[in-house]
Design a protein around this ligand. Structure first.
Ligand code: GDP
Length: 345
């Protein structure tokens, strides 16, 4: 039986793993920790956490994360905090003899000037996009650390590289949010808080040109894949966990899907004075497909619809509450009934 410590356990992906585990009968013991349980930027606090939990396995999700605009303003913090967290977690996991550590990277860390599609061999091939170099270099160093721990001590520390993630329990705070929770929050405000205009005269602003391309993975799909990686993937080299290349969408298409989920009656316009960030970061999931050919990803519009419905209690109250949890379980149950959430075969 494994004893799995999940760092960053109260975030988007940690909550998705909880939801998946609750729907299955796992023999393993899972412990989810958040920043209130330990300060992972602090070595003593990290050691105290591992001494208390004594994990055999670690899913390392904890990180300073944020959308394009948060990264652009805080590269130094993204670099330092993430380097501190990763160094503490990996060294402490080594000292505790953990059998496996899976750390979460992101497709935004790949080189800015590159050929497409990007694959796992290209992580260190060139400078990342200038908007998020702090986060990117800190995350790239996890891959370097994983190899160094393997070379020196034979550790099985590995990494996954998801594309953009969205789902229930996202971070909706405008100053830090990624595009989907950012749009959900702003559309919620426009529809339910802006009373001065009739619904069909309201205008929703898409930041940037709307043209950048992104691959999006639903957090519950990612949770299932992480659980598969934990049991089945035994290489130190990173593994891209992304939807297929043909499922890449423009930011404007994302706005249309969010508008549809809200049944928004107004107009969508683009504000080109705002930054676009990377134009695209199209990633290949060929390696994942070769290992797990039959995995079915949730349909994008259905997953957006579930995410929008799940966000209401959180947005109404300004915090995560029991109602939000209940609603999320209900939404995911309905997705399951619709046959969208398919078990890993
Ligand atoms: P990225 O994928 O790492 O670049 O980060 P984001 O998810 O923050 O942004 C993706 C794209 O969405 C960028 O081109 C933004 O200009 C665009 N975008 C449109 N509306 C929003 C919004 O409300 N919030 C954010 N964060 N980005 C938005």
């Amino acid at each position: 039986m494994k004893k799995v410590l999940v760092t960053g356990g109260s975030g988007l992906v940690g909550n998705a793993i909880k939801t998946v585990i609750n729907g299955e009968s796992s023999e393993d013991e899972w412990i989810f920790v958040a920043s209130k349980d330990a300060d992972l930027t602090d070595n003593n606090s990290t050691r105290a956490l591992f001494d208390r939990i004594k994990p055999t396995h670690v899913v390392h999700l904890a990180a300073m994360v944020g959308g394009l605009f948060h990264n652009m303003n805080n590269n130094l913090d993204f670099l330092r905090k993430n380097m501190q967290i990763n160094d503490n977690v990996l060294q402490t996991a080594y000292e505790h003899g953990c059998i496996k550590v899976i750390s979460c990277l992101s497709t935004c860390i790949f080189p800015d000037k590159t050929s497409y599609p990007i694959d796992e061999t290209m992580v260190h091939d060139g400078a990342p996009h200038p908007s998020n170099y702090g986060y990117s270099y800190a995350k790239r160093l996890i891959d370097v650390l994983n190899h160094a721990y393997h070379d020196k001590h034979g550790c099985l520390f590995t990494s996954i590289i998801p594309c953009n993630i969205f789902g229930p329990h996202d971070n909706y705070r405008p100053e830090v949010s990624h595009v989907i929770p950012g749009m959900i929050n702003r559309m919620y405000q426009l529809i339910y808080e802006e009373k001065s205009l009739p619904d069909n005269e309201k205008v929703f602003v898409v930041y940037g040109s709307g043209k950048p391309l992104r691959q999006f993975i639903y957090s519950l799909d990612l949770a299932k894949l992480i659980m598969w990686v934990l049991d089945n993937y035994d290489s130190v080299d990173p593994l891209i966990l992304s939807v297929d290349e043909e499922n890449e969408v423009t930011i404007f298409e994302v706005a249309k899907a969010v508008a549809k989920a809200f049944d928004f009656k107004g107009k969508l316009i683009c504000d080109t004075s705002k930054a676009d960030g990377q134009y695209k970061k199209t990633a290949s999931n060929k390696k994942l497909r070769s290992l797990l050919p039959n995995f079915k990803f949730s349909a994008f519009e259905d997953a957006i619809d579930a995410s929008v419905k799940c966000s209401f209690p959180q947005l109404r109250s300004g915090r995560v509450c029991m109602d939000a949890d209940f609603l999320c379980y209900w939404c995911n149950f309905m997705l399951g009934v619709m046959g969208i959430l398919t078990k890993v075969s």
